[in-house]
Design a protein around this ligand. Structure first.
Ligand code: D9A
Length: 375
């Protein structure tokens, strides 16, 4: 019943989840398109849909030539990422494999089967890694948007802004996946930060260190929030609707994840993920710059309310949130979307939930009755 109660408090999420399940996410590619695709492209899209169930429809909705290019780019990057994250491959094997990966792409039956002992891998140089692994993705995509004339040349030229989009997502994932990465033998948190809180990064997972662990994470989250102004400037320059959705969705997902992690001990004990209904609601709403500003504003406010007065980074956190708030308010007032959710729908859902409970209780009683009568 607690789950039902939890749901009823979020009528818009259930409503969006149902709309999404009923085809909101799958109707983007028309039947005609599917027939026209070559066999190899069909395979690419099949893999794409297997790799990322929620993000694949957004890629498939991209306009014109961009769609296939991004589909293939995305698959290749995910493949590289899978090798990079595989802790059973030693660095001596892994590095040449990554460097020669482009030639493996031309060998249809290339496979890697030699799993070895787990190897520990520590990330030494965070800024360089960020630039090469993630910054370049945003930069190349932006270049592509401009070259295909879907966006103004400035989008492809402004490297710093394009860089921020990838770095913001990557920092968020690194923060959220602390425990998973520790267990797998991967260390991504920057030493210059964690060394001020613990002797070893793995110490943060110890229950007795939970308070400093949370403080360390709050500092990392504060650092990540600094990319939001760049992200908003970048998104405000976009003109093509399909490109806007593609770029905005991962960014609002990231800010929602940061809000869920901020000051949350659970990050060091298990998994913190945003609810499926929340993710779908974000995907459906993040379709214009004003809506994205509203979403960003709501999540940074959630963080603001959670700032502990004695957190070492509290002043910095407040400062960056205040400046994000100013950007979000700059032109015009904001409207909260939840406000428009009709009350009668909430009532209908409540009624449906109660009827469901009642009917299942009735049928259980009936079955029980039948069983006892038989005996
Ligand atoms: C992206 Cl082509 C990524 N990365 C993402 C996804 O978004 C970015 C990898 C390859 C490509 C694109 C992305 C999307 C739109 C615009 C971008 C951009 O720049 C202008 O890249 C910066 O995370 C990976 C990197 C951040 C490392 C680059 C979003 C994504 N979401 C997945 C997350 C998951 O849980 O797997 O892949 C999903 O929703 O399924």
């Amino acid at each position: 019943m607690e789950r039902v109660g939890n749901w009823l408090g979020r009528p818009r999420e259930i409503y969006n989840l149902l709309r999404f399940r009923m085809g909101g996410g799958t109707t983007v590619m028309s039947q005609l398109d599917k027939d026209v695709l070559s066999d190899s492209l069909k395979t690419c899209y099949r893999y794409l849909n297997q790799t990322s169930r929620s993000f694949a429809p957004v890629i498939q909705a991209l306009d014109g030539e961009l769609r296939h290019a991004v589909c293939i780019f995305y698959l290749i990057l995910r493949a590289l990422d899978t090798i990079e994250d595989d802790m059973t491959i030693s660095l001596e094997t892994k590095i040449p494999m990554l460097q020669n990966f482009h030639s493996c792409l031309y060998q249809p039956d290339w496979r890697y089967m030699e799993s070895k002992e787990k190897c520990k891998q520590v990330l030494e140089d965070f800024p360089t890694y960020c630039h090469y692994v993630v910054g370049l993705v945003g930069i190349s995509l932006s270049h592509l948007f401009s070259v295909l004339e879907l966006e103004d040349p400035i989008v492809g030229q402004d490297i710093d802004l394009a860089n921020s989009l990838g770095v913001f997502i990557e920092k968020t994932i690194i923060i959220r996946d602390y425990l998973e990465d520790q267990l797998a033998g991967r260390e991504f948190w920057p030493r210059e930060v964690w060394s001020r809180y613990a002797k070893k990064l793995s110490d943060l997972a110890k229950p007795e260190n939970i308070d400093v662990a949370v403080q360390c994470m709050n500092e990392l989250i504060t650092n990540a929030l600094h990319h939001i102004p760049d992200v908003l400037t970048y998104l405000s320059r976009l003109k093509n609707q399909s490109v806007f959705n593609f770029c905005a969705i991962p960014q609002v997902m990231a800010v929602a994840t940061l809000a869920a992690c901020y000051n949350n001990k659970q990050v060091f004990r298990g998994v913190v993920k945003i609810r499926k209904g929340q993710a779908v609601t974000l995907m459906m709403n993040a379709t214009n710059i004003q809506a994205v500003k509203t979403i960003m504003y709501q999540y940074v406010e959630e963080i603001y309310r959670k700032i502990p007065s004695r957190d070492p980074s509290s002043n910095k956190t407040r400062q960056i949130i205040l400046s994000i708030r100013t950007i979000c308010f700059r032109n015009g007032i904001m409207v909260s979307r939840n406000y428009y959710f009709p009350i009668y729908l909430s009532c209908a859902m409540l009624l449906a939930a109660l009827s469901w409970k009642y009917l299942s209780a009735m049928s259980e009683a009936l079955e029980e009755d039948l069983r006892t009568n038989k005996n």
